[in-house]
Write a protein that binds this ligand. Structure first.
Ligand SMILES: *Cc1c(COP(=O)(O)O)cnc(C)c1O
Length: 376
């Protein structure tokens, strides 16, 4: 058998992630690999911490990038904070809320589920009613931007309710960071995790996380060790604590962190609110065009994520054929439906560098042609 170098096709990525990675971020990735304890590298990691604090809008000292994808960020929050004695309220309105529940249950903790319909925001009144009935609850967890459905929840209100009942808050911001307003300190979020490959438009495999002082205290006061060695944040923190104080924990993905640094610089140069606005503007352009094609949104207008547009597949249109036509004829990737929406909806991402006019135009032209070709 003859093997050759792998040359990926040039795609436009408009699915639920990974999103388009700019040439600038890709070129950062190709810079020379240096040692992960090299003072030059430690200095760059320190800058990443500061840039992440700015992106999350937090002063939390414990703000780092985990060497693993968003799912590991989720797991890190739960394994570090939650013990078998705890009661956790998890709000579920899609696939990722379901994964939070699995995390809680695997830790042997008590999980109280607040279900809201898929395709809608988490219902604040339901959360409040559950917290009223369960004064023993210690944590409230929810997904800010449900990528499985395209729904945006009101994180500020949900955290306010959680705080009124003395709970710590755990928030999934994998798809929200950089794409919509997110204020970790102002909104009183105690543990938050994100991903590199959604609105940061970096390569996949890194998870920014941030823990409040209260959350750090909970971790420090645990009576049992964190059940995961790799994700134990008391060990990871020492690895991220700067030159001279640094102790070896694992080898950071050196080049991927160059890419993250570059992606965060791009976000910082653009400005957070400018980035939120760009996602909104591009979403409005896309929504207009999709509606002109006769496509109907799954999520009501005021609960929609600009960076993830979920539309119903029209009757008589072949889902798989449309998506492979887009890929083969237009080098365009859009997302299939997930969970309850498998086979029923498309998920069109406008994340980070992908939220550009040329992508919107390409998507609309390509979809129009595909729908005409594959409907009966
Ligand atoms: C993508 C995603 C994750 C998981 O991130 P991975 O990097 O794929 O592990 C978790 N939560 C949400 C809301 C996501 O969109």
């Amino acid at each position: 058998m003859n093997f050759n170098s792998f040359m990926p096709p040039q795609r436009t990525l408009m699915g639920p992630g990974p999103s388009d990675v700019s040439a600038r971020v890709l070129s950062a990735l190709a810079r020379p690999t240096i040692g992960h304890l090299d003072p030059a590298f430690v200095g760059m990691m320190d800058e990443i911490k500061v840039l992440l604090q700015k992106a999350f809008i937090t002063k939390n000292a414990f703000t780092i990038a985990l060497s693993a994808p968003g799912s590991a960020g989720m797991e890190a929050c739960f394994v570090n904070l939650v013990t078998a004695e705890d009661t956790v309220v998890v709000c579920r309105n899609g696939v990722f809320g379901g994964r939070m529940i699995e995390n809680v249950e695997r830790l042997g903790a008590k999980c109280i589920i607040v279900d809201s319909p898929w395709g809608r925001a988490v219902e604040a009144e339901k959360l409040e009613a559950v917290l009223k009935k369960h004064p023993e609850a210690k944590f409230v967890a929810f997904v800010h931007a449900e990528t499985s459905t395209g729904a945006l929840s009101d994180a500020e209100t949900l955290c306010k309710i959680a705080k009124a009942y003395d709970c710590l808050t755990i928030v999934d911001a994998v798809t929200s960071l950089g794409g919509v307003e997110l204020r970790v300190d102002d909104w009183q979020i105690d543990a938050v995790y994100s991903g590199s490959q959604k609105c940061l438009s970096c390569v996949p495999g890194i998870s920014p996380v941030s823990f409040s002082e209260k959350a750090v205290e909970v971790i420090k006061n645990r009576s049992t060790p964190v059940p995961s060695w790799f994700l134990d944040q008391s060990l990871v923190m020492n690895y991220w604590s700067g030159e001279g104080k640094r102790s070896y924990h694992h080898t950071a993905p050196v080049n991927s962190l160059y890419a993250l640094h570059e992606a965060l610089l791009i976000l910082n140069n653009e400005g957070l609110s400018q980035s939120w606005q760009r996602h909104k503007t591009q979403h409005e352009q896309l929504a207009l065009g999709l509606e002109q094609l006769g496509l109907k949104f799954v999520v009501p207008e005021n609960e929609r994520l600009p960076q993830l547009n979920t539309v119903y597949i029209p009757d008589g249109v072949d889902d798989a054929k449309v998506r492979s036509y887009l890929l083969n004829e237009y080098n365009l990737e859009i997302g299939a439906g997930l969970g309850a929406f498998a086979g029923k909806a498309w998920r069109i991402g406008l994340m980070g560098y992908a939220a550009r006019s040329e992508n919107v135009a390409l998507c609309l032209v390509a979809l129009k042609s595909a729908i005409a070709k594959f409907s009966t």
